[in-house]
Design a protein around this ligand. Structure first.
Ligand code: ADP
Length: 768
């Protein structure tokens, strides 16, 4: 059971082990084996070494024992010689041996070491040698004492003893060296065995080691290469779009690589699904075109965009759907794509199935590998239409601007001219490039007096320009390149381009001609008026004479006609007087004599002038008394008050009252108010009320009489006094016309001056 499972387990281990671990094992196993092998080898060598040591020691012990034995004999020989010869040579020899023997014994003891048996033999050897030496010593003493007989007797006895001791010594030494000799004899064999063992062991160890390394290498490499082949095969399968091999088992790097490869393949499949979905659902036509210019792939957008199903286009040459006139340029563009490194864009028109046209922006890329063009065709018809509309609209605006009778100048915040229209060029007698870049101030007559190069002058000019003309119409004098002044009406409008900078558009209207016409018209009216007034005055005189019967009594019907003629003549004369007055006022030619006058005098004169008219209209006049003094032209002030009061009377209902009140107001002015309870003035009319020929109702002139010039004249007169005029009115409830003129001026009488007697003169005393 266990044996059957083992290969499987090994296989599992193999696939679960990481490649790095396998490499580790591949190195580690032979290494461990090598280590064990080395340890065993070193033990064997150690043993061999020890064997050699033992042999050396045995040899030393044997040699030492032999030396000791020899010494012992030598001692006996020396003693024998001495006993016979008594030669000191023998004596010295003997003494030397006696000294040598303990030393040799010690040496032997050292060599024997801790071998118990040999130590015991040594103890016995020591006893024997000491006994022997003792006997020999006694013999020597006897010889030295000349006790020859004793010596001889002893010598015989001693000889026996020595012989015995020598034999014993020999035996003991034999016993001592017996083991050593055995060792000595055994050692070469032992050594040979050890050497052979080491050799065998060395060879076997190396062979086994190499075999294990190769086995492991083979086993690991086999599994690695099989698994790597699977991964490689998968990559080919992926490229060919085939199903991948079953996943690799295990947890090693190859299994991880296989896993990662599968994830990548899945991601690629997902991406390609998405890409297909995008291509299928794209609004743009996406297609590829081969070397022959034929469609080889095209997405379904071709139907929506061009009216052709993809199948209808596949295999057809793509220029067949291009509008004939665009074909040459398209072919040129397509050719350029092949030489280009990146995408190339070009535009053309595609002929739809229903023969309508689509403007298309192509983005094409050449793939050398596929030998095909990959194109995205974007429908830009709407954009083209918009561009066309914009271009047409710009053209229209450009034409309008070019043909405007108003000069247009675009200036920046500082007043630099950025662009001009043709009218500006003719107005200033300059070409646009001469005008662009210069300061607008140089186009004005002011540049004659102030310097356009002086920043403070320029700033002052711009301030005046903005104050007078920003979002309103201001009047200026301009200067053309010929050095001629001409009057203009100018208005500035602020605007911004896309760059966020504020700019101004100056609309300049040359009003020289209009001014000239106005001047001529005024001159004409004034001439005609003058020419008409004299005959009309005489006609009026004649009619008055007729009316009062100076020419005899007239029949009732003729009287009526004469009366109408007289009334109309009076109106005509009034109109002419008013026209002449207003012309004079505007020309500043209406002479006025300003003097301090009591206001009450002026009011009285005015009342006298209109009281009959008021009475005729059934309107009561309520002139409130005042002691105020005004500094004014009395006659002209009467003219103003009479006009205001007669208007008030005209527009008051019968039985109503018209009040004239006055009051001093701050600023050294006196305000005179004419109040009625008539029909009032509509709010919308108030701002035109003081302009010429303005009447609230067109029928006012006919029904109520009047020219529509009265209030304009009043305004002119009051303003020449340095005053102002206005109205407060509520429709249906009445009006209050007011005007302000300066109060009487205080005149400090010179020291030598006589006291003023003139009623119009007011001196300091009046105020005291
Ligand atoms: P006119 O000679 O026609 O009176 P004015 O300039 O004096 O000319 O007045 C202009 C117009 O203003 C009148 O025609 C009338 O419509 C209106 N108007 C002037 N005063 C009054 C007023 N007190 N009440 C109502 N309307 C008035």
């Amino acid at each position: 059971m266990c044996n059957v499972d083992f290969p499987n387990k090994l296989m599992r281990l193999n696939v679960n082990l990481k490649i790095s671990h396998k490499g580790f094992i591949l190195v580690l196993v032979p290494l461990v084996f090598e280590l064990v092998f080395l340890i065993i080898l070193s033990v064997l060598l150690q043993k061999a070494e020890e064997e050699v040591q033992r042999q050396v020691r045995s040899k030393a012990i044997i040699s030492q024992a032999n030396a000791l034995s020899k010494l012992f004999y030598d001692a006996g020989v020396a003693m024998g010689g001495y006993s016979i010869t008594k030669s000191p040579l023998f004596s010295d020899r003997y003494d030397k041996i006696v000294r040598q023997i303990p030393m040799d014994l010690t040496e032997l003891s050292n060599l024997v070491g801790d071998n118990d048996k040999q130590q015991q033999i040594l103890v016995r050897l020591k006893t024997i040698t000491s006994d022997g030496l003792k006997i020999l010593g006694e013999a020597k003493s006897a010889i030295d004492d000349n006790r020859v007989d004793v010596a001889q007797f002893r010598a015989r006895h001693m000889y026996k003893q020595i012989r015995q001791l020598a034999d014993q010594l020999q035996d003991e030494l034999k016993g001592l060296t017996e083991d050593e000799r055995k060792i000595e004899n055994e050692s070469p064999e032992q050594q040979n065995r050890s050497r052979t063992m080491v050799k065998v062991f060395l060879v076997v160890g190396v062979v086994v080691n190499i075999a294990i390394a190769f086995l492991l290498l083979y086993y690991f490499l086999k599994s690695i290469s099989i698994r790597l082949n699977t991964v490689t095969d998968n990559s080919f399968r992926l490229a060919r779009g085939q199903r991948l091999n079953p996943p690799l088992t295990g947890a090693d790097e190859i299994a991880q690589l296989d896993d990662a490869f599968r994830s990548m393949a899945e991601a690629l499949a997902e991406a390609s699904r998405k890409e297909r979905a995008v291509i299928e659902n794209a609004a743009d036509v996406i297609c590829s075109i081969d070397m022959d210019g034929k469609f080889v792939a095209i997405n379904p957008a071709s139907y929506e965009s061009w009216g052709y199903y993809p199948d209808e286009l596949m295999g057809r040459r793509f220029i067949e759907v291009i509008v004939q006139e665009d074909v040459p340029e398209t072919i040129r563009s397509v050719r350029s794509v092949r030489g280009a490194t990146g995408k190339v864009s070009f535009e053309n028109r595609v002929k739809k199935r229903d023969n309508s046209l689509v403007h298309v922006l192509w983005s094409a890329d050449w793939s050398e590998k596929d030998r095909a063009l990959f194109c995205v065709a974007h429908d830009i018809t709407q954009r083209k239409l918009a561009e066309e509309t914009l271009r047409a609209s710009e053209e229209r605006i450009r034409k309008i601007i070019d043909h405007m009778i108003v000069g247009l100048l675009i200036i920046d915040k500082e007043g630099r001219v950025e662009s001009v229209n043709p009218r500006s060029e003719s107005m200033f007698a300059m070409r646009s490039h001469e005008m662009v870049g210069r300061h607008i101030m140089s186009l004005f007559a002011d540049s004659r007096i102030f310097s356009v190069n002086d920043p403070s002058d320029r700033a002052a000019f711009m301030e005046t320009l903005f104050t007078k003309a920003n979002s309103r119409i201001g009047e200026f004098d301009c200067l053309n390149a010929r050095g001629e002044d001409f009057p203009v009406e100018l208005s500035l409008a602020e605007f911004e381009y896309g760059d966020g900078k504020v700019r101004y558009m100056a609309n300049i209207l040359d009003v020289s001609e209009r001014r000239e016409v106005e001047r001529m018209k005024k001159e004409f009216v004034s001439t005609v008026s003058h020419e008409l007034r004299t005959p009309l005055t005489s006609i009026r005189g004649s009619l008055t004479l007729l009316a009062v019967g100076a020419m005899g009594a007239l029949p009732e019907q003729v009287k009526k006609v004469v009366s109408i003629a007289e009334r109309n003549t009076i109106r005509l004369i009034g109109l002419i007087n008013d026209i002449l007055d207003i012309e004079k006022l505007e020309a500043g030619k209406l002479d006025m004599v300003f003097e301090n006058s009591p206001l009450t005098n002026i009011l009285e004169r005015s009342e006298q002038a209109v009281s009959a008219f008021a009475a005729n209209n059934g309107v009561t006049l309520d002139i409130q008394p005042t002691s105020l003094m005004v500094h004014a032209d009395g006659d002209r002030l009467v003219q103003v008050i009479v006009n205001l009061v007669s208007n008030a009377v005209k527009f008051s209902p019968k039985g109503a009252a018209v009040t004239v009140a006055s009051e001093e107001i701050p600023g050294g002015m006196i305000e005179i108010r004419v109040i009625d309870r008539g029909r009032g003035i509509p709010e919308s009319f108030k701002n035109r009320l003081f302009q010429r020929f303005q009447q609230v109702e067109a029928s006012d002139a006919k029904k109520k009489g009047g020219t529509g010039l009265g209030l304009a004249i009043c305004k002119g007169i009051v303003e020449q006094h340095g005053g102002s005029i206005g109205v407060e009115s509520e429709e249906g409830r009445g009006s209050m016309f007011w005007f302000r003129v300066p109060k009487a001026q205080v005149i400090v009488a010179p020291v030598s001056a006589q006291p003023a007697t003139d009623a119009g003169m007011v001196t300091m005393s009046l105020h005291q």
